[in-house]
Design a protein around this ligand. Structure first.
Ligand SMILES: C[S@@+](CC[C@H](N)C(=O)[O-])C[C@H]1O[C@@H](n2cnc3c(N)ncnc32)[C@H](O)[C@@H]1O
Length: 256
């Protein structure tokens, strides 16, 4: 399959030419929408493709699995923050009064840090700095996440945190500063070996039976480092890696 990087952000796209053409038309229709401003947000479903919708459904199913377990949600690798925003919407819909369900996102907001050709291979053709976002993007994202909270009960309590910096330092530092942390859901989406390994090692003592770990790149030849990190920290023989039928790439396991 042909691998194509988007011009600006190095994302590998495995879509066919016709899929890419359709996506471009979708984007053009969104940019030139005739919908009035006050009707745009409630009608964003117009632009939801089956691929994007599948990811929403996946996280809906995953969220159901943590509803009866205590603890926070951690996302390792935030980028534009869509998953964090979806999780806030799910919390607002499914358990709006759970004030302990903080959602914490770790990212450099400057792309990959710690890429190693030895561990991460050559297929992804990435390097440190790949998957970067625009300058000060974390401020824009914080505004979106605050607005999500403003639209839900208990909006006077801030229940998200964006932690900027190299996760090999920020995750251990966060957990040292917050020894009370129990992780009910951790999402691993750094794509690469080094931060994934450090995150798994640091978060492991904060997991309980029933905690859910989600992985974006397991068994993925383009980003082999995530699987290697899991193998080294948990041992694949000890993991029951599951998937849901609507998404191809994402997988999860429950701590047993
Ligand atoms: C594929 S993106 C995450 C996508 C996101 N989970 C989503 O749902 O849209 C991978 C992210 O990992 C981040 N990342 C990679 N290495 C990192 C490191 N050492 N520390 C912090 N963030 C890192 C990159 O900046 C990038 O935003």
């Amino acid at each position: 399959m042909q691998q194509i990087k988007t011009e600006k952000h190095d994302a590998i796209v495995l879509s066919s030419t016709s899929e890419k053409d359709a996506q471009k038309m979708f984007t053009a229709l969104l940019k030139n929408t005739p919908l009035p401003d006050d009707e745009l947000l409630p009608n964003l479903g117009l632009f939801l493709s089956s691929k994007s919708f599948s990811r929403l459904l996946f996280f809906y199913e995953i969220y159901q699995k943590i509803l009866h377990s205590h603890g926070v949600i951690v996302e390792c690798g935030v980028r534009w923050g869509q998953t964090l925003s979806i999780l806030e919407a799910l919390r607002g819909s499914l358990e709006p009064y759970n004030r302990h369900r903080k959602i914490i996102g770790f990212d450099t907001f400057a792309g990959f840090k710690g890429f190693s050709a030895e561990k991460d291979g050559h297929l992804c053709k990435n390097q440190d700095g790949s998957f970067s976002v625009s300058a000060n993007y974390e401020d824009y994202l914080a505004q979106i996440l605050s607005l999500q909270e403003a639209l839900n009960p208990m909006s006077h309590l801030k229940r998200f945190e964006l932690v900027k910096g190299d996760a090999t330092q920020t995750i251990p530092a966060y957990l040292k500063a917050h020894p009370e942390t129990i992780v009910s859901l951790a999402i691993f989406d750094f794509d690469i070996y080094q931060p994934t390994k450090v995150a798994l090692e640091a978060l492991k003592p904060h997991l309980c039976k029933g905690s859910i770990l989600v992985f974006d790149e397991l068994c993925d030849d383009i980003f082999p480092g995530e699987t290697v990190a899991l193998q080294e920290v948990f041992g694949l023989n000890n993991c029951r890696i599951k998937r849901l039928p609507m998404t191809a790439r994402v997988s999860y396991m429950e701590i047993e």
